[in-house]
Design a protein. Structure first.
Length: 276
């Protein structure tokens, strides 16, 4: 597994499709951090499929996964692999034009550390400072960062700027919910991706809908509020408007949808079974 890991990451990074001049390309990086349960891996796979289908990331997405069942298929989710992935994207995309979308699903602690865990390996945990440094070093300008974890709101202040959208499943002081062992989604991610983003191309609109859905569910089931958070840079609002326009035009064009389906079919080399 150790020998295979370097090859896996190099292969998947090399397979990413190049950016298209004049198009706001969206590149997706998914991180399933905790390898002791399947929820985070299952969530990542579903999100990747949704974004490939509706948000034109087919051929421009990569997953880093901690799960015993995927060690020979996905690069593991480590700080170093995430750093290498972001650095590679910073070198290959048009940083003035393209957007990198990072989704992280894992457990979070009240001292604002995201779990990267794959027993028996001892992995470094991901902190807001380390993630902010990764992006700064990568040269990536336009960023969408979604963190589905307890206490994830603690990542907002170190990461926010005029060119970044940050969405977290909880504020800096509360837990988020839905990471039971038999879950396919955390509560926030289900509301944001599976429900809201299947109906809109606006990440901000989807967040507002997801926040209400999560609030209602927490009240109904007697949980304390997680208080999902959002931070949108002023320049990023304009950038996202251009992305939404591109995606809406693509959705309205039957030829583009058909072509995208053909690309996905030809590029998909790993078939993932979501059942346990």
């Amino acid at each position: 597994m150790f020998h295979r890991q370097g090859i896996l990451l190099d292969e998947q990074l090399a397979a990413l499709s190049p950016e298209r001049h004049g198009v706001v390309d969206l590149y997706f990086v998914g991180v399933a951090g905790d390898g002791k349960q399947d929820t985070f891996y299952s969530e990542l796979v579903s999100i990747k499929d949704l974004l490939d289908e509706r948000f034109d990331t087919a051929g421009r997405s990569i997953g880093l996964v901690n799960n015993p069942a995927t060690l020979m298929e996905y690069p593991v989710a480590t700080v170093s692999n995430l750093r290498s992935t972001l650095a590679h994207l910073g070198n290959m995309i048009n940083t003035d034009e393209d957007i990198v979308f990072l989704h992280i699903a894992t457990h979070g602690s009240d001292d604002h550390r995201l779990a990267l865990d794959l027993p028996p390996l001892e992995l470094a945990q991901l902190t807001p400072t380390v993630l902010a440094r990764m992006f700064a070093d990568s040269g990536i300008k336009w960023k969408v960062i979604v963190i589905s974890a307890c206490f994830s709101g603690g990542f907002i202040e170190p990461l926010k700027d005029d060119n970044t959208l940050i969405i977290t499943a909880a504020d800096a002081f509360h837990s988020s919910f839905g990471c039971e062992y038999d879950s396919d989604y955390t509560w926030f991610s289900q509301a944001f991706y599976d429900e809201a983003l299947s109906e809109t191309f606006s990440f901000v609109e989807a967040f507002e809908a997801a926040r209400e859905a999560v609030r209602d569910r927490e009240r109904a089931e007697g949980y304390p509020p997680s208080n999902p958070q959002i931070s949108v840079g002023g320049a990023m609002r304009k950038k996202l408007a251009a992305l939404e326009k591109h995606l809406a035009a693509r959705a309205a064009d039957p030829f583009q949808r058909s072509r995208a389906s053909s690309v996905r079919a030809s590029e998909r080399t790993i078939v993932v079974a979501k059942g346990r």
